[in-house]
Design a binder for this molecule. Structure first.
Ligand code: ADP
Length: 536
């Protein structure tokens, strides 16, 4: 541990909380810039909402949400309209403070007027969300699932999911919410940090029982009841990939700002904690994403009132050790070193050291090939972690990978959803000054001009008005006052506006796709022209 930083470069930097070090010029960092901000309740809800606008059916795994305080009037209106159109609808809502965790400040309400408006909403922004009233129960208890996901790379997108996770149980038998039981946190909230204080909490000494179990043990139970566990897994994978697709556009803006292209910098990877609730019909619903999931493998046991002791937790150990071990295997700096040696050899072929370097390189190649062959054999189900065949790869003896690659593996199925990524690429192109995350008025004008979006119906004066209107509204929401200008979400809103204007009769996602094609076409033509001029 280097609490005060360190001067010598490392292969891997394992930061505790977030990406925060601008003095790293090589190696790999276990956090992405901006991830903590991206997965806050409000930002995540906004990112998913943009995707819900484009692809409502594909993104119906996230409960309907409103952002407080600014969407309070909208919340009231929409709930009233829905109640008018369906008088039998008796909803419950859950209010969650932004940036809160471990169930902190969360409460349930039956009606928008029950929101605690006095001061707290103003001082503490929150998300209010439709409460999922019919969760799947096991042993009459509500539970949620914590799954670990490795975002190994943003460009190209690489996602892995751990094959096992944790199931965290409530400690009071579940009843659908009524005015009487709304306040019973041990019945409605699955947070470990809350339920541990319940007299009914059972520390698990194996993976199948108690208040925290492995997800695989739940799957076994479900499978024995005849549930389609394969379909459940495929729905979970789809939820994870779609959520990450919703997060990537803004992450790319943060990334280019902290680690500008063309300058020496590290690459990033990150383990994320996905909290998922299964509905009674086995549909997985996303609750939230954690940028800094707890990797503790001990739990606190209360010996006597107020006196706690840390004791090993077999369930946490089983799941979390495998996640960290396999993350390190996947980002293996030795693998990278072997590649670097190869590059080095190629760059100094004409030096006297060439013989020595080749010997080194051949050794590394042999190691790498053996390790890759073994991995492939394991993937095909042939490996057992033993040492058959005499290959002594650095990974020999390790159990098979618990992290399963899902992207780009299923890229073909999901790539059509990556529209906002392409909008973000346009945004980044026009940001101009390196290190910024907001677009100035000149950048926006250049975007309009270069993409040939202005015409007799849409003058440059209207362009300026559009820029000012949208930018002012987004900046008044008090998201980030550090920089002035148009943030990505504001640009996305302006882009959707332009798309709706230009391609009136199409559904929104087709309007947006058509406008992206149009812009990319004109920018490619411009690049070509510049290249020819440059050559000339
Ligand atoms: P925190 O970050 O404070 O843990 P969560 O969003 O994870 O906030 O919510 C805490 C708990 O509340 C969840 O673990 C879950 O049990 C419950 N919960 C959250 N949102 C919903 C919802 N929309 N429907 C039903 N239960 C929910």
């Amino acid at each position: 541990q280097f609490p005060f930083g360190r001067r010598l470069p490392c292969d891997i930097y394992w930061h505790g909380v977030s990406f925060h070090d601008n003095d790293i010029f090589s190696g790999q960092v276990n956090k992405f810039p901006g991830m903590t901000e991206m997965v806050r309740k409000i930002t995540l809800s906004r990112a998913v909402r943009t995707m819900q606008d484009l692809f409502p059916l594909e993104y119906n795994f996230y409960p309907r949400s409103w952002i407080l305080p600014e969407e309070f009037p909208l919340f009231v209106d929409e709930v009233r309209m829905m109640k008018d159109s369906d008088p039998s609808w008796k909803p419950t809502f859950i209010v969650k403070p932004d940036g809160g965790c471990q169930g902190d400040g969360i409460y349930l309400i039956k009606d928008p007027s029950d929101i605690r408006l006095t001061g707290s909403v103003q001082s503490r922004p929150a998300v209010v969300q439709e409460y999922i009233c019919k969760p799947l129960l096991v042993d009459k208890l509500k539970f949620d699932i914590r799954l670990y996901v490795l975002l190994k790379s943003l460009e190209p997108l690489e996602i892995y999911i751990a094959k096992d996770g944790l199931s965290r149980f409530c400690t009071e038998p579940y009843q659908e919410p009524t005015l009487k039981n709304l306040h019973q946190v041990f019945m409605h909230l699955t947070n470990y940090s809350l339920n541990i204080h319940s007299g009914n909490f059972i520390h698990s000494d194996n993976v199948n029982t108690g208040s925290k179990r492995t997800f695989s043990s739940i799957l076994c139970r479900l499978s024995s009841r005849g549930a389609d566990v394969k379909k459940l897994w495929s729905d979970i994978i789809s939820l994870v990939i779609k959520t990450i697709i919703a997060l990537t556009p803004e992450l790319k803006v943060y990334y280019q700002s902290d680690i500008p292209a063309g300058k020496p910098g590290p690459t990033c990877f990150q383990i994320l904690g996905f909290d998922i609730l299964l509905m009674k019909n086995l549909k997985p619903m996303l609750l939230e994403v954690n940028a800094n999931p707890s990797m503790r493998i001990e739990h606190e046991q209360e010996l006597s009132p107020g006196v706690f002791e840390n004791v090993p937790s077999p369930v946490d150990e089983e799941v979390k050790v495998a996640v960290i071990r396999d993350t390190l295997r996947l980002v293996d700096p030795q693998k990278k070193k072997r590649k670097d040696v190869q590059q080095h050899v190629e760059s100094c072929k004409d030096t006297v050291n060439v013989r020595y370097n080749y010997v080194l390189w051949y050794r590394c190649q042999a190691l790498e090939e053996a390790s890759e062959a073994k991995e492939e054999a394991r993937e095909a189900g042939a490996g057992d972690g033993g040492e058959r065949g005499g290959s002594r790869s650095p990974e020999a003896g390790l159990p098979s990978l618990c992290l399963k690659q899902v992207f780009p593996k299923y890229a073909r199925q999901f790539s059509y959803l990556r529209l906002v990524d392409r909008v973000a690429a346009l945004f980044i192109r026009f940001l101009g000054v390196k290190g910024t995350t907001k677009l100035g008025p000149t950048g926006f004008r250049t975007f309009i001009r270069n993409c040939k979006l202005s015409n007799s119906n849409f003058s440059m004066a209207s362009v300026d008005i559009l820029y000012i209107d949208i930018t002012r509204r987004w900046n008044s929401m008090g998201i980030d006052h550090k920089e002035s200008g148009m943030c990505l979400q504001a640009f996305v809103e302006a882009f959707f506006c332009l798309a709706q204007k230009k391609y009136k009769s199409l559904p929104l996602h087709k309007q947006v796709a058509s406008l992206i094609d149009f812009c990319e076409y004109h920018l490619a033509a411009l690049d070509e022209k510049r290249l020819v001029c440059g050559r000339g």
